[in-house]
Structures are given as structure tokens and as C-alpha cells.
Design a protein around this ligand. Structure first.
Ligand SMILES: NC(=O)c1ccc[n+]([C@@H]2O[C@H](COP(=O)([O-])OP(=O)(O)OC[C@H]3O[C@@H](n4cnc5c(N)ncnc54)[C@H](O)[C@@H]3O)[C@@H](O)[C@H]2O)c1
Length: 341
């Protein structure tokens, strides 16, 4: 298939482009490079030995989107483009609603105009809000999101659900748990702007000496070691879930929703210990107060994706911490970063 990957130079989009090319698909990327680098295009080509088409375009620019669809015969859109920093979304909700929602509406309109009716969307486990129990499966009701970023994901899910129903689209909503790791080549990975929001980039920045210590938010949760438990998934496994989800698009199955996680949770301290053991580097940390909105334990029941998509995660926590560190070492220290602790 010929796949349009929006946000395809970003963290998950770039890994998905690699897996799509490896699986024999053709890839067209557009990205406004607001949170990624143009060099990623060459790195994807280097990893795969295959070519792809790149457009520098913003999804807020409707004529630019129309131009891409005029030029490219697209079978399916995999929609990653969006802003994703939770804290920033709390400070500047308008930016998030405007970019993520208006951008997606523009994309939908361009797709309608050009008769493209297949989409796989990057959603998030955050749409479950505070779940009644764990593991979380797809039959759980969506909940109250705790920040504007989460609401953009929940609202886009609703928009796509309604569009699918009204216009006979094929839509797959993939609800990611916690992607970490990097491509084993070390060429592509997660490069957060500023102070990382997430655990793994923070750990690797401490490991490389860019930050003094890791803050662990709360050690009095109702978990075996008191720290929060999350479902970490290797980004290459996550990328492959998109390739598997194309099967649903091919089957013209209407609307499908899948959790994409490993189904196994690790605590913050377990992740730190695994990183230290596998990479031989101590990670200094200090316990800080709980963060508002953080839950004790959050992990997936991912059986539906395994059953219906034939998708199976291949990488374990050791691979995740090794590949994250490999990527950070290939990047080196960022000159512009500030010590925040
Ligand atoms: N990383 C996670 O933990 C996680 C978890 C759940 C869901 N998601 C979702 O997955 C998707 C990809 O996440 P990621 O971690 O790869 O993020 P990322 O920031 O690395 O990638 C997003 C890409 O979208 C581009 N982009 C943003 N706004 C754009 C616009 N208006 N027009 C064109 N391009 C635009 C950015 O430049 C970037 O390259 C996002 O939608 C995110 O919300 C991510």
C-alpha cells in the first residue's frame, strides 16, 4: 500500500516508516518539523535502504494538504502529527486544541475531497482517564482526561468514530501505553525538546551527565515498591502494530480500537534498576512528592491486538533500556540543555 505518514519524522512516526518500508509498503511523509529534524528522512533511508517521499507541510495549512493528496495516490493515512507535551498543554490549551483538532479536521477534509477513507490514528491510553481497575481493556468506558492533550486524543477519537460511521471510512484507533526505546541502529529515537516529560529520556539524560539526578514522583503508592507502575513498550514493537493494523484496513472493517502495550507493568524503580544493570551506569535519583493526576498502576490488556491483528511484542525491558541508552550515546549531550535539578 502507499501510506501517508503524518508526523513521520517524529519519534513513533519515523520508526513506523521504517517498519512500513521493511514490510514492502511505499511511504509518503509530511511533517512541519516543529518537533523533529529533517535528517530523520535520510536516517530512515539509511536504515531501510529504500526511498520515500517527504513533504515539509503543516496540517494547519489546508491548501498544502490538498496539494499532497493531488500529487500522491494514497491508500491509507497513519496520523501521528500532533503536539504531545502534557505540561505545555495545561499552560497553553488553545495551542493544543488548535494544532491537534483543527489540524486533524483539515486532514479529514483533504482526505474526503480526494476519496481517501482509510486512517490509523495515534491515540493514547490517556483516553481511559482513571480506569476502574487494571489491566485496562478496550471494553472500558473512556474517562475524564486529566489535561488538554488527553482531551485532544479523546475528541479526535470521537470525531473519527462519527466520520467513520457517516461516511463508511475504515478507522483503526490505536491506544498506546508508554513507548520507550529506540531503533537498534541508534540512528532514530526520541529527542525531547527541553526538560523531558517522560521517564526514559530523563534517565538517559542523567546517564550522559546532562542532568544531575532523576526525580521519582512518589514512593508511597499502593504498589510493591511504592513507585508508579506503567506499561512500557519498545517503539519498534509499537511501530509494527501499525503495520499489523493495515490488515484491518485491508479487510474494510469499519471502526476498530486496540490497546497497544505489552500487558506487563514495571515500576519506576524497576526501570531504573534494569537500566543500571544492562548498561552498567548508576542513575542517581531522589524521591519527590507525587504529581497531580498520576495513577499508581496503569497497564494494558493487549490480548485483542494479539488476537485480531496477529501482533506480538518481541522486545523486553532489557532491550528497551539498552536501545534507549544506545540512541542517547549516539546523540551525545545536547549543548543547549539546561540543568534543571
Ligand atoms: N510518545 C508517546 O508517549 C505517545 C503516547 C501516546 C500517543 N502518542 C501520540 O503519537 C503521536 C506521535 O508521537 P511522538 O512521540 O512520535 O511525537 P513527536 O513529537 O516525536 O512526533 C509528532 C510529529 O508531528 C509533527 N507535527 C506536530 N504538529 C504538526 C503539524 N501541525 N503539521 C505537521 N506536523 C506536525 C512534529 O514535528 C513531530 O515530528 C502523537 O500524536 C502523540 O500524541 C504518543
Amino acid at each position: 500500500m502507499r501510506i501517508l505518514v503524518t508526523g513521520g519524522t517524529g519519534y513513533i512516526g519515523s520508526h513506523t516508516a521504517v517498519e512500513l518500508l521493511n514490510a514492502g509498503h511505499e511511504v509518503v511523509i509530511f511533517d512541519n518539523l516543529s518537533n523533529s529534524d529533517i535528517e530523520v528522512v535520510d536516517k530512515i533511508k539509511k536504515i531501510t535502504g529504500k526511498s520515500l517521499v517527504f513533504y515539509y507541510a503543516d496540517m494547519l495549512d489546508k491548501p498544502a494538504l490538498d496539494k499532497i493528496f493531488d500529487q500522491e495516490p494514497i491508500d491509507c493515512v497513519i496520523h501521528f502529527a500532533g503536539l504531545k507535551a502534557v505540561g505545555e498543554s495545561v499552560k497553553n490549551p488553545y495551542l493544543y486544541y488548535h494544532n491537534n483538532i483543527v489540524g486533524t479536521l483539515n486532514l479529514i477534509e483533504a482526505m474526503q475531497t480526494h476519496g481517501v477513507t482509510n486512517m490509523i490514528f495515534s491515540s493514547s491510553a490517556t483516553v481511559y482517564g482513571t480506569p476502574k481497575s487494571v489491566p485496562i481493556d478496550e471494553t472500558f468506558e473512556k474517562g475524564q482526561c486529566v489535561n488538554p492533550y488527553g482531551w485532544t486524543k479523546s475528541m479526535i477519537e470521537q470525531i473519527l468514530t462519527d466520520i467513520q460511521r457517516a461516511n463508511a471510512w475504515n478507522v483503526v484507533l490505536l491506544r498506546y501505553f508508554n513507548p520507550i526505546g529506540a531503533h537498534p541502529s541508534g540512528l532514530i529515537g526520541e529527542k525531547p525538546n527541553g526538560v523531558p516529560n517522560n521517564l526514559m529520556p530523563y534517565i538517559t539524560q542523567v546517564a550522559i551527565g546532562e542532568r544531575k539526578e532523576l526525580g521519582v514522583f512518589g514512593n508511597d503508592y499502593d504498589t510493591p515498591d511504592g513507585t508508579g507502575i506503567r506499561d512500557y513498550i519498545h517503539v519498534v514493537d509499537l511501530a509494527n502494530a501499525h503495520v499489523c493494523a493495515l490488515k484491518k484496513i485491508g479487510d474494510r472493517s469499519g471502526l476498530s480500537v486496540y490497546n497497544i502495550g505489552t500487558g506487563k507493568g514495571y515500576s519506576v524503580l524497576e526501570v531504573i534498576r534494569n537500566f543500571e544493570k544492562v548498561n552498567g551506569i548508576p542513575i542517581p535519583y531522589s524521591i519527590r512528592p507525587r504529581r497531580e493526576g498520576d495513577l499508581a498502576s496503569y497497564y494494558a490488556n493487549a490480548d485483542k491486538a494479539k488476537r485480531e491483528l496477529g501482533w506480538q511484542p518481541k522486545y523486553g525491558i532489557e532491550d528497551m533500556v539498552r536501545d534507549s541508552w544506545n540512541f542517547q550515546q549516539m546523540q551525545g549531550r545536547s549543548v543547549s540543555s539546561e540543568q534543571d535539578s
